[in-house]
Write a protein that binds this ligand. Sequence first.
Ligand code: ADP
Ligand code: MG
Length: 207
Amino acid sequence: MDTALAKAWVAAAADAVSDEAEGLSRLDAAIGDGDHGTNMDRGLTAARAAVDGLEADGPGPVLVKTGMTMISRVGGASGPLYGTLLRTAGKRLEGPEAGVADLAAALRAGLEAVQKMGAAKPGDKTLVDALAPAVEELEKAAGQGAPLSEAAEAAATAAEQGAQATVPLQARKGRASYLGERSIGHEDPGAASSALLMRALAGVARA
Ligand code: ADP
Ligand code: MG
């Protein structure tokens, strides 16, 4: 992944979230306050504009800028969490290009920072349930020497499965946890948006 691919990822993620904003907010209306789609749309639209003209000497600063923008533009829980994910990951990426192993390690560090911040474990019905299996797939692909296109495809599929797997879970973190057992039977909106981000990466990596 070079600077251009990182920028393309942010743009593709912004497009995907914009297209799905209503659906994401509908998921959030079922178990939260109904703002997840507008939150993510606002944050990523601002991030796309912020990185568009950014003079970056590699993918790291692009992801850092995206994360900082999410933190400053999104008030909900998801802003600081996604912001921390991308900012932490970006800081780990040095140099003009990141390979699959670099990206896997960077996103692993980002995920750890997210889990530290939000105290969510896999199975708590949060975005961690989509991101954790995605990072695992990237690590597996790195171990096999797979190209980014294949690694990202596997990660996106794992994130989508992880998001789907939140449906029968009871939320233990965030706003949805206030509903207790009534949170069962709905997909977690943050897990759904994480899957969109990973699918966007697969899309640009394939091109
Ligand atoms: P808010 O809950 O403030 O309205 P959003 O609706 O934008 O913020 O985001 C909700 C999503 O944030 C949830 O679906 C969940 O995936 C994620 N989330 C909330 N709290 C946590 C947490 N403590 N750890 C990880 N993810 C969380
Ligand atoms: Mg919400």
